[in-house]
Design a protein around this ligand. Sequence first.
Ligand code: NDP
Ligand code: 2IT
Length: 449
Amino acid sequence: MEDFLKKCEESNPGEKEFLQAVTEVVKSVKPVLDRHPEYLKEKILERMVEPDRIIIFRVPWLDDKGEVQVNRGYRIQMNSAIGPYKGGLRFHPSVNLSILKFLAFEQTFKNALTTLPMGGGKGGSNFDPKGKSDREVMRFCQSFMTELFRHVGQFTDVPAGDIGVGAREIGYLFGQYKRLQNEFVGVLTGKSLSFGGSLIRPEATGYGVVYFASEMLATRGETLEGKVCLVSGAGNVAQYTAEKLLAFGAKVVTMSDSNGYIYAEQGITREQLAYIMELKNVRRGRISEYAEKYKDALYVPVDPAKDYNPLWDHKADCAFPCATQNEINAKDAANLLKNGVSLVCEGANMPTVLEGVDILLDSKILYAPSKAANAGGVLTSGLEMSQNSMRLSWTREEVDSRLHTTMKAIHKACVNAAETYGTPGNYVDGANIAGFLKVADAMMAQGIV
Ligand code: NDP
Ligand code: 2IT
């Protein structure tokens, strides 16, 4: 194991997020490799950490002043053993190769857990949509797709949204793909309803996170009713996590963006959540405005001098990190436990540092890793692909019921895999092992490719 990780580090120098994601998976699947030396012999892990291919390209565009801007575009086509590459696009100034490779690696296992035939991919750009006009975002998306279109396709690679990429960006990307390829096909998911999108796709990641949390609580005879919940983020995943938590009778006391967080001790109401959705999705404003409007909420700006995030330092029962990677460090994990949190369910991808993961696992609280807990988003993207292929659209009830049933199945698969390989109750091992086995078996069957 150590030897493998050392080699991986040597061939991917400085890619700390990617190495973090690989380390976690390798630790989990060790008992599988001990029992199945054929995976070792066929170098399955070595092949899994090497992307099928990486595409990096220039994205030049004109801003509203007529000046030339240049960004970098990426698509990581990680693994296609069980289906066409599938995974989101992230537009954020922090985007780099390491972050996209970690996301594509995680996506491969997550997609395997969804039970649908989707391989793993991820892409994006260091473009920052914040403060840009709609026209600027459109010109950027058109330029991005002018290169990407030759590498994607409904049977090849189907991108979707992630941080900074929502319905607006998917619309512009789809329009440009259709124009270049002269084909109206489901090459992207997360589309608007009027041109092939699926009902429930916007809600799916957050709803799925809460369905997964309910399943975990059910193993201890508990429900979300009355539970005090810390949620981070105020984007797509955070909004619909909060919505479903309220529907299940829980109390949401925090939400955040990259500048700070709000704390509402009495709990955010449905009306207040609707305000946050309008603030973030329509006006593209800051969460601090919430505390200006609702005086009973506290606004706490980010303090770079602090080595912990005070959002995770409130009395609560459950925590739902839904913003970004590594937003819970070791101190935050300890604070969560100190404050009585007994369930952590990850909406964001890899929001907890490795040391934090160990702290949460040692504590024996209910802890769900992102690749299982947030799989509802890509799962519903898979359902969008099915509807596009059939040229049909399902009702809200149909899609939501498939989402709910499959999140229960993913929960069960994690529980079973953890039990079979000797760490009952460990959802990290469960998710990694169940995802690994499906991809590994497909790779074994397809020969050395
Ligand atoms: P959005 O762009 O809709 O929202 C992102 C939220 O996180 C915003 O509140 C944003 O604040 C905050 N955020 C982003 N980057 C940072 C950062 N570096 N530091 C602090 N806060 C940050 O994205 P999503 O809600 O779609 O994605 C959130 C997480 O969920 C990501 O980890 C994503 O990979 C994951 N995810 C998304 C899925 C989806 O279907 N959309 C599916 C599965 C996982 P600000 O506005 O200030 O930047
Ligand atoms: O991380 C993720 O699973 C996503 N951003 C969703 C990907 C998708 O293809 O819907």
